[in-house]
Ligand binder design. Structure first.
Ligand code: C2O
Ligand code: CU
Ligand code: CU
Length: 493
């Protein structure tokens, strides 16, 4: 497999087109790209233990499914460049903020320090400023699908909805399993957009912010309904990221089963057969599709999902594309019909591959030293008006909400007493789900984002390992996070 290192890539892109056109218009040159990124923006890989690149956030005119769109981009690309490193590698990102707003970068799911030049979400990088991120991927970092996106409180949803999100892949043990190695690998970055006539991002009204903004244009790797080839008899590995601000994806492949092999950034013990898969904002899933069906085309569909609504505040008005003011496709409401996201196409035939049996061995965390409760809801807050709350309070930068001790294990019991679903996310350390509404969770898995449905109580178990410092937990419907559903977490050494 041919892969470009950073220098080769820069040489290539300088040779011809702007980076956003890369692959579409370079024709010949795009064949130099590895299989895995044929459908994705260029790849930056570490070499000799170092992943180093320049990353610039700026508005840029991008071709989005045949439409010209002014999006917010990293290096002119939507989705952002895919970064790839290995455990033990150093990462150095020379970041420039050429947006008209302050921003910063969060490395979602990576087990790295939340302080200094690493995963520090309290940094504020002003327009025109530069900042060099520097950290090391730990030796104990699981191989998996991680991602990066802005994380400056109050602006997160807007900046993600503009397009700022990219994959951060860690290669490791999982990728070395022979059956996994033999798969054809594709990344699917799911994003939704809402554009006005002039190709500008449609700005949301307050009500749709409460619901969480959704766009009517769903893109996979910046394309509308792209095709992926599925080798007959072989295995296709889809590594899917929900990089949408608020939209949930309930995925199914029509008449075709698939097998989940990883949750968020972490392998499962063994493949699990699925008919459908729910991915909330922030979550990732690795799945294998086995080319053992009747050859043909199979659609990857997004099925309707009801994540609740602010019922008393406008009911039906809150739903669908009405609030976004977007294009009405013959009056269809996209909440009620399946939407094709991509097409899987049986093409070549390969030597018959079987599914891997054992992927990893997850050790279940022992009993916790501390148990805490968190209540998710929304309500009126004196200073802010309608806000999203954790334990009755909207986020405040200067308030410490939760103080834990490094190297201890805690259970967090998260109860959603509101009327909308909330995907709960914690930075730096991943966790295990212990139970839902008191019913023990049977699937051992590591996650960094877990759905807490309305009316539900989810108990998670987390060990605070390796890194001390302040970080956050929050709802990954990023409008909810921006409107207060976040807390400061201090991990004390
Ligand atoms: Cu993907 Cu705190 O976020
Ligand atoms: Cu995160
Ligand atoms: Cu929420």
């Amino acid at each position: 497999m041919v892969k470009l290192n950073r220098r080769q890539f820069i040489a290539l892109s300088a040779a011809g087109a702007g980076a956003a056109l890369f692959g579409n218009q370079l024709g010949q040159a795009s064949q130099l790209l590895p299989q895995s990124s044929v459908n994705l923006s260029p790849l930056y890989q570490s070499s000799d233990g170092l992943l180093e690149l320049d990353l610039e956030a700026r508005e840029h005119l991008v071709n989005l499914g045949g439409k010209q769109a002014y999006l917010l981009t990293y290096n002119g690309q939507v989705p952002a460049p895919c970064l790839e490193a290995k455990p033990g590698d150093k990462v150095r990102i020379h970041f420039t903020n050429n947006l008209s707003q302050p921003t910063n970068i969060h490395y979602h799911g990576l087990h790295i320090s939340p302080t200094g030049k690493a995963d520090n979400v309290f940094l504020r990088i002003n327009p025109g400023d530069k900042f060099t991120y520097e950290f090391e991927i730990a030796q104990n970092q699981a191989a998996g699908t991680f991602w990066y996106h802005p994380h400056l409180h109050g602006l997160v949803a807007e900046q993600l909805f503009g397009g700022l999100a990219g994959l951060f892949i860690v290669r490791g043990e999982l990728d070395e399993i022979p059956e996994i190695k033999a798969t054809q690998e594709e990344f699917l970055v799911l994003q939704d957009f809402s554009l006005d006539e002039g190709g500008r991002i449609f700005s949301s009204m307050h009500m749709s912010l409460m619901m969480g903004r959704e766009g009517d244009l769903i893109a996979v790797n910046g394309k509308i309904n792209p095709s992926f080839s599925l080798p007959a008899k072989g295995l296709l590995r889809l590594r899917i990221l929900n990089a949408s601000t608020s939209r949930f994806y309930r995925l199914m492949i029509e008449n075709h089963p698939f097998y989940q092999i990883a949750t968020d950034g972490n392998a499962l013990n063994e493949p699990i057969e699925l008919r459908e898969l729910l991915l909330t904002p922030g979550q990732r899933a690795d799945v294998l599709v086995k080319g053992d069906r009747q050859p043909g085309k199979y659609r990857l569909l997004n099925l309707p999902y009801d994540r609740g609504s602010m019922g008393m505040m406008g009911g039906g008005m809150m739903r669908g594309r009405g609030m976004m003011g977007g294009r009405g496709m013959m009056g269809r409401n996209d909440r009620d019909v399946p939407i094709p996201l991509a097409t899987l196409n049986y093409e070549s035939t390969v030597e018959s591959l079987s599914l891997p049996t054992k992927l990893t061995s997850i050790s279940v965390l022992p009993e916790p030293q501390t148990v805490r409760s968190f209540e998710l809801n929304h309500g009126m807050s004196p200073a802010v008006g309608m806000a999203f709350l954790i334990n009755g309070q909207p986020y405040r930068g200067d308030r410490l909400d939760t103080k834990v001790k490094l190297n201890t294990i805690e259970d967090w019991e998260i109860t959603n007493t509101g009327v909308m679903d909330h995907p709960f996310h914690i930075h730096v350390n991943s966790f295990q789900v212990v139970s839902r509404n008191g019913i023990p969770e049977s699937l051992p898995a590591w996650r960094d984002t877990v759905l807490v449905r309305r009316g539900e109580t989810v108990r998670i178990r987390i060990r605070f390992r390796d890194f001390a410092g302040q970080t956050v937990y929050h709802c990954h419907i990023l409008d909810h996070e921006d409107l207060g559903m976040m807390g400061n977490l201090m991990i004390d050494a």
